[in-house]
Design a protein around this ligand. Structure first.
Ligand code: ATP
Length: 398
């Protein structure tokens, strides 16, 4: 549907985008993410024919934008960040004006405008002057003018920017519906928007595409290992030994050992004293035994057995999903699993990793774009540190 090949844009004294290369298939909803000044708008304006690339080529459905600009543009609907509305016009007269501009035959105009008004929930507002529309309805009008000529490809530049939460939900729902019949490229600064709307994400930084993939697969492709955080009730050393004996377990890192049996401080202070953890120096994570919660927890002391709770981060080799193996082994040994969670990088982690301090090496950006970022160890260190410190924050005695 869309082919962007080796496209660069040089402004007078600086580079807008550099050798952008991607394609989109029919039916995809692609999220275009990047920090301020990364090159999103420049890319979108080139795709829509508003700007000419300095190098490279763009084709819409096989039609070259430079050789057949009119025909290629006919296949595109564009919602710029600020919708191009005329405040003095009414909803109906504005859409008629756009229909004329788009060359929709007179005979079809009434029917098509009616369809679009219904699709975007603008019924009853046909005679309203656009100046008096709310921001959400102005955005609907922006979408209406973008889809009026029934284009195959929709380019939406920050479609929910500046809307209130209710309007955001409504516009997202509209985009989802439009995605059923159109191919959509949308730029946004709102990361959860990508997860809820898009089946693919492109991340651009400093004018280069640094990542391209499915939102769910990105996290996995950027991690070296499959990781599970786990909370198990049972004797600490025995639980650790069982986990370490499982095949395909690369490491078991205790995060903190928490005595669930509150109140045992009063009866068994020795049991609550922080225990040295043989794993702590090796892994550098907070693995000391943390005293139990005071007051509120103490009320539990008469009902909860003084069984320690072991909290660990388990990493598997070759990204193997080890959750079932862990479950069955713990069940076999009668160590109840209180919590088990697959750990992964959030889209926010990925975005920050790719767009903050880490300089993009042009020689390796191809690898990065295919999602094969290798070193992930600093994140692990961070995560362990964060978990350990948040444990302490959550425990006034720590
Ligand atoms: N008309 C222009 N003349 C010169 N430089 C420009 C022009 N338009 C954009 N740029 C520069 O090109 C780079 C990319 O800008 P662009 O507007 O495409 O980024 P963006 O990702 O859309 O940013 P934002 O999220 O802030 O809208 C920036 O460094 C910007 O300053």
């Amino acid at each position: 549907m869309l082919e962007v090949k080796q496209v660069s844009k040089l402004y007078e004294n600086q580079r807008g985008v550099h050798s952008i290369d991607f394609s989109m298939s029919r039916g995809e909803i692609v999220g275009f993410l990047g920090p301020n000044g990364a090159g999103k708008t420049t890319t979108m304006r080139m795709i829509t024919g508003y700007l000419n690339p300095t190098h490279g080529s763009i084709a819409i459905d096989g039609l070259s934008m430079s050789d057949h600009p009119r025909k290629a543009r006919q296949k595109i609907g564009y919602l710029p960040e600020t919708p191009p509305l005329y405040p003095e016009m009414s909803v109906q007269s504005y859409l008629q004006f756009i229909a004329d501009l788009r060359g929709i035959p007179m005979k079809q105009q009434k029917h098509r405008i009616g369809e679009v008004i219904e699709r975007l929930g603008l019924q009853g507002r046909e005679r309203q002057i656009m100046r008096s529309l709310s921001k959400g309805y102005k955005q609907r009008m922006g979408l209406a003018q973008a889809i009026l000529h029934n284009p195959d490809l929709l380019i939406l530049d920050e479609p929910t920017s500046g809307l209130d939460p209710k309007q955001i939900i409504e516009i997202r729902q509209l985009i989802r519906e439009l995605g059923e019949n159109h191919t959509v490229l949308l730029s946004t600064h709102i990361l959860p928007e990508i997860n809820t709307l898009c089946n693919r994400v492109l991340i651009i930084n400093q004018g280069r595409i640094v990542l391209d993939g499915h939102p769910d697969q990105l996290a996995q492709s950027m991690g070296e290992t499959f990781e599970v955080s786990l909370e198990v009730k049972g004797p600490r050393e025995a639980v650790l030994a069982e986990l370490r004996s499982l095949p395909q377990i690369a490491s078991v890192k205790p995060l903190a050992d928490v005595l669930a049996a509150a109140g045992s401080a009063a009866t068994d202070s020795a049991a609550l004293a922080p225990q040295p953890n043989p794993d702590a120096p090796e892994h550098g994570v907070g693995a000391e035994a943390v005293p139990a919660e005071p007051a509120a927890g103490q009320a539990l002391s008469s009902t909860v057995a003084a069984e320690p709770t072991v909290r660990v981060l388990v990493s598997a080799t070759d990204r193997v999903d080890v959750r079932e193996a862990i479950f069955y082994r713990m069940a076999e040994r009668r160590y109840p699993i209180l919590a088990m969670r697959k750990e992964s990088l959030s889209l926010e982690d990925i975005f920050l990793k790719l767009t903050t301090n880490e300089a993009i090496d042009p020689n390796t950006s191809g690898d990065v774009a295919s999602g094969s970022l290798a070193n992930n160890s600093s994140r692990l260190a961070n995560k362990s540190g964060t978990t350990a410190s948040s444990d302490k924050r959550g425990n006034p005695n720590a």
